[in-house]
Design a protein around this ligand. Structure first.
Ligand code: PGA
Length: 249
């Protein structure tokens, strides 16, 4: 099973998200081979609920770990499930770096998502400095250790890990697929060490994936799909990506 997760970030206006939720229903693919998950902004979740039709699925880009209370500006796990979300992106590097989201916060979100029966899409990845100083693997391992602390193998089975090297996001240049293969292998190995024998639902790659390069990732060993930002925000390019994934998976 391959995953294409479309992270629309804050790229689209409300009416554009509504239109893309509807138009994405025109993309045809074999749901036994591929899952297409749209992640609009919170404000567009009502459109997702009304317009996204099976086999397409959808999720949110963020949430808060508490279920109710005085948390100005936040949305709870129940808010997402009220909108029938099945997925939530957690720990995206834009939130870690711009909003100081820590591993402690990410861990609470992963646990809250699992309790609410949402599938967490946990993002991990090294910065350019960490990569250049030879610490990429160490950083990713540290994130996994911190973010998955206290979980059982059964819980980890319900998590999608997105390897997103921070320097490759929005850069127009992804990591070399061979490097993604190696990091994905190490991610699986690390998770199996953290909780003996644990295997995540999927390990996907994100960072400058588009219709020109998605094939290289989809055919790469241990890459279960892609988290696509910019290239998922236009219908034609989203459709091309899905067509290519369908063809090569
Ligand atoms: P990008 O973003 O495809 O625009 O690089 C990927 C992501 O941040 O999820």
């Amino acid at each position: 099973m391959k995953y294409i997760l479309a992270n629309w970030k804050m790229y689209l206006r409300e009416f554009e998200q509504a239109a893309l939720c509807r138009r994405a229903n025109l993309i045809k693919y074999d749901a036994k081979k591929l899952r297409l998950v749209l992640c609009p902004s919170h404000f567009a979740l009502p459109y997702a609920k009304n317009f996204v039709k099976k086999p397409n699925e959808y999720g949110a880009q963020n949430f808060f770990w508490e279920s109710r209370g005085a948390f100005t500006g936040e949305a709870s796990p129940q808010d997402l499930t009220d909108f029938k979300c099945h997925y939530v992106i957690i720990g995206h590097s834009e939130r870690r770096t711009l909003l100081n989201e820590t591993d402690g916060m990410v861990r609470k979100k992963v646990a809250a998502a699992l309790s609410a029966k949402l599938t967490p899409i946990l993002c991990v990845g090294e910065t350019l400095d960490e990569r250049n100083s030879g610490h990429a693997l160490e950083r990713v391992r540290e994130e996994l250790r911190e973010d998955l602390k206290g979980l059982t193998a059964e819980e980890i089975k319900r998590i999608i890990v997105a390897y997103e090297p921070v320097w490759a996001i929005g850069a127009g240049q992804p990591i070399a697929p061979t490097e993604a293969v190696e990091m994905h292998r190490r991610i699986r190995e690390t998770i199996g060490e953290i909780v003996h024998g644990a295997v995540p639902q999927a390990v996907i790659y994100g960072g400058s994936v588009d219709a020109k390069n998605v094939r290289d990732f989809i055919i790469a060993e241990g890459v279960d799909g892609c988290l696509v930002g910019g290239a998922s925000t236009k219908f034609d390019s989203l459709k091309q990506i899905v067509d290519i994934v369908q063809k090569y998976s």
